[in-house]
Design a protein around this ligand. Structure first.
Ligand code: BGC
Length: 266
């Protein structure tokens, strides 16, 4: 960060990185406001996206921004205390990889990694659609897979993986993700029927107070949210493209400050 930045700002800023299937994006975030303090930088996700290749890109992004502070990164898999435990839509070499350690080594900085939907969840709770909502909020992201974040009174219960519940004998995300919509060239009307079936199943299991829906399709929410018939109110995510970056930065700061604002259970 440029010299002249005051100390409290420095303590509240972190570089947030959102690792997705096609792009890896990052920016410096003021975690008190959710504001991006630098332009987003993006590098295409390497193929194959094995741990070494992704770690090299993460280091590159941080170097491009000349950042030397805390770093947070999202990853589209179960991340238990920094270690990737699954790899549904990423290179299988990730399973068992300590992502915190790999990215910290590559960047020479302290890096905190968390599940991508969990990052979006904490960002929406702090600054977006789930701000000040009491009780249980379930955020679902519809993209290549279906990601989930479960928050109780603003505290995240990590790694819920509700995209992988079984629905009509199938892994739910293979039926109702945005990728399934594209793969089968479904209209919003047709896809919404699958989303309805999926979300009413989740509703029956959890009885949440609010659903927040995110992912690329949330920008078209007017086309499909009105088609859903659920007891639970459903609202689109507000941070859209920046939810991962902001949530990753929040996790990085929470990891070191251990304030109640860490909002991550366990
Ligand atoms: C993964 C989750 C991830 C979601 C969205 C799923 O296939 O299992 O960990 O959050 O995709 O990327």
């Amino acid at each position: 960060m440029a010299d002249g930045t005051d100390q409290s700002t420095r303590a509240a800023t972190a570089f947030g990185i959102d690792i997705g299937g096609s792009g890896i994006k990052g920016a410096v975030v003021d975690t008190r406001t959710g504001e991006l303090l630098t332009p987003r930088v993006r590098i295409a996700t390497p193929q194959p996206s094995d741990p070494d290749a992704v770690a090299a890109v993460v280091a590159d992004l941080v170097a491009k921004t000349d950042w030397h502070g805390l770093v947070g990164a999202t990853f589209p898999a179960v991340i238990q205390h920094g270690v990737a435990r699954t790899a549904a839509n990423v290179d299988k070499k990730w399973i068992g990889t300590d992502a915190d350690a790999a990215f910290s080594k590559a960047t020479g900085l302290e890096v905190t990694v968390l599940n991508d939907a969990d990052a979006a969840g904490i960002a929406e709770v702090r600054f977006g659609a789930a701000k000040d909502v009491k009780g249980m909020v379930i955020l679902l992201t519809f993209g290549t897979g279906i990601g989930s974040a479960l928050l109780l009174d603003g505290v995240l219960v990590p790694n819920t993986e509700l995209g992988h519940v079984e629905l009509d004998g199938h892994d739910a995300e293979t039926r109702a993700s945005a990728a399934a919509k594209d793969r089968h060239k479904m209209t919003y009307e047709k896809w919404a029927k699958r989303v309805q079936r999926y979300m009413s199943h989740i509703e029956a299991l959890f009885t949440p107070d609010l659903f927040v829906v995110g992912g690329g399709v949330s920008k078209d929410s007017k086309k499909w949210l009105p088609l859903l018939d659920l007891h639970t109110p459903v609202v689109p995510a507000q941070l859209l493209n920046n939810a991962g970056i902001v949530g990753a930065a929040l996790a990085a700061v929470a990891d070191t400050t251990e304030q109640p604002a860490s909002r991550i259970a366990g």
